[in-house]
Write a protein of this length. Structure first.
Length: 112
């Protein structure tokens, strides 16, 4: 029974991992902790965030979890290194400590 439950969980995670997947890109599911910045490498800085994260051992959709979001503009020091910061708040007033997600990667998608 545990094997079947484990297999079903793996299939569900695979579905999360391929969410918003385009042209073979992967979708990272970061582990977020409140008040701690989590860095995720992306294939290019404008790649859309899948919207799923692991928080307190649970996979959550950030659109449902967060009541307010701050999305920073990409900041690039070169064509090969850019960062973009997202802050997710549990309240609309943004009074709670945010969950911080920092993407880093090149400015443009690498051509095949």
């Amino acid at each position: 029974m545990r094997i079947i439950a484990g297999a079903l969980a793996l299939v569900a995670l695979t579905g999360f991992a391929h969410a918003n997947n385009e042209n073979g890109d992967y979708c990272a599911i970061p582990k977020l902790e409140q008040g701690v910045a989590t860095t995720v490498e992306v294939p290019y800085i404008d790649k859309p965030f899948c919207g799923t994260a692991l928080i307190d051992k649970h996979y959550v959709r950030m659109a449902e979890f967060a009541k307010a979001t701050d999305e920073g503009e990409p900041q690039c020091s070169s064509e090969s290194f850019c960062t973009r910061v997202f802050r997710f708040y549990r309240d609309k007033e943004k009074a709670t400590t945010p969950y911080i997600l920092i993407f880093h990667g090149p400015r443009h998608r690498k051509s095949a």
